[in-house]
Design a binder for this molecule. Structure first.
Ligand SMILES: NC(=O)c1ccc[n+]([C@@H]2O[C@H](COP(=O)([O-])OP(=O)(O)OC[C@H]3O[C@@H](n4cnc5c(N)ncnc54)[C@H](O)[C@@H]3O)[C@@H](O)[C@H]2O)c1
Length: 254
């Protein structure tokens, strides 16, 4: 077991990649605090893990809210006595909205969740990890955080910000035994598209962004991302820090 007795917090654990990360980490022996804004699916995941002998505490949280971040991280420390691994996975799309059509509301919401969430959780986690002398932070970025048109303007900019945050934290805290890396998934079959009902189908929205979709060899499965998260969370990746690992079946290699 690669994560025996490690304490991990996973955000966005009620669905998609966060759910698979939570399940795999539990199988590998981690004790988990699971956070998600959606209560019912979050509780389902926690129950599933508990039913198979794992240790998981669900905490309904909006990662954009400071109080919720405080509760989430404090729970790991008060219930399990440590914070070894933080997975900032919760994120939302932007309906593929083109730059000319972005509203302040959309921009602020996407940044509050996708960038503010990881920033707040990292800010809270770092002093704990520094005191412990070790810690691992994994942020879910996106190939949209490395390339220009996998989503709308707000999502693309937010995931580029996650990449910058990852590199900054990875370097700045390297001498404290802390590693911070990001995963950049390509297209993965999750529920993230559920929010795409009134997607921007204009020539500069979805249509333009999807021009490169034909180059995508295939969609990924959430458990394929979970395996990468496990590698980054475990000591197997002890020399990997401040970087972004792409998992996209080769989509961006063209
Ligand atoms: N699916 C893809 O193709 C893809 C590709 C690249 C990156 N990503 C990123 O992967 C991460 C996980 O997404 P997914 O594809 O598994 O999607 P998903 O929608 O299946 O899961 C995301 C989870 O995050 C939760 N969430 C949303 N807003 C939240 C908030 N404010 N506070 C707490 N929880 C919140 C949702 O309730 C949901 O359970 C996201 O950061 C996303 O941007 C997804």
């Amino acid at each position: 077991m690669n994560l025996q007795n490690k304490v991990a917090v996973v955000t966005g654990a009620g669905s998609g990649m966060g759910k698979e990360i939570a399940k795999l980490f539990a199988q590998e022996g981690a004790k988990l605090v699971l956070a998600d804004i959606a209560e019912a699916p979050l509780n389902e995941v926690a129950k599933e893990i508990q039913a198979s002998g794992g240790n998981a505490i669900p905490i309904v949280s909006n990662v954009a809210r400071e109080e919720d971040i405080q509760t989430m991280i404090n729970t790991a420390v008060s219930e399990f006595g440590a914070l070894d691994i933080l997975v900032n996975n919760a994120g939302i799309m932007d309906k593929m909205t083109a730059a000319a059509d972005v509203t302040d509301e959309l921009w602020e919401r996407v940044f509050a969740v996708n960038v503010g969430g990881p920033m707040r959780a990292i800010r809270k986690a770092l002093p704990i990890m520094m005191k412990q002398g070790h810690g691992v932070i994994i942020n879910t970025a996106s190939v949209g955080g490395l390339f220009g048109s996998r989503a709308g303007a707000a999502y693309t900019a937010s995931k580029h910000a996650v990449v910058g945050l990852t590199k900054n934290v990875g370097f700045q805290y390297a001498n404290f035994g802390i590693r911070c890396n990001a995963i950049a998934p390509g297209g993965v079959e999750t529920n993230i598209g559920a929010d795409m009902a009134d997607v921007d189908m204009s020539a500069l929205g979805m249509q333009r962004a999807m021009v490169g979709m034909g180059l995508n060899p295939r969609m990924g499965k959430p458990d394929e991302i979970a395996k990468l998260a496990l590698f980054l969370a475990s000591d197997d990746s002890s020399f990997v820090n401040g970087t972004v690992i792409i998992a996209d079946a080769g989509w961006t290699a063209y």
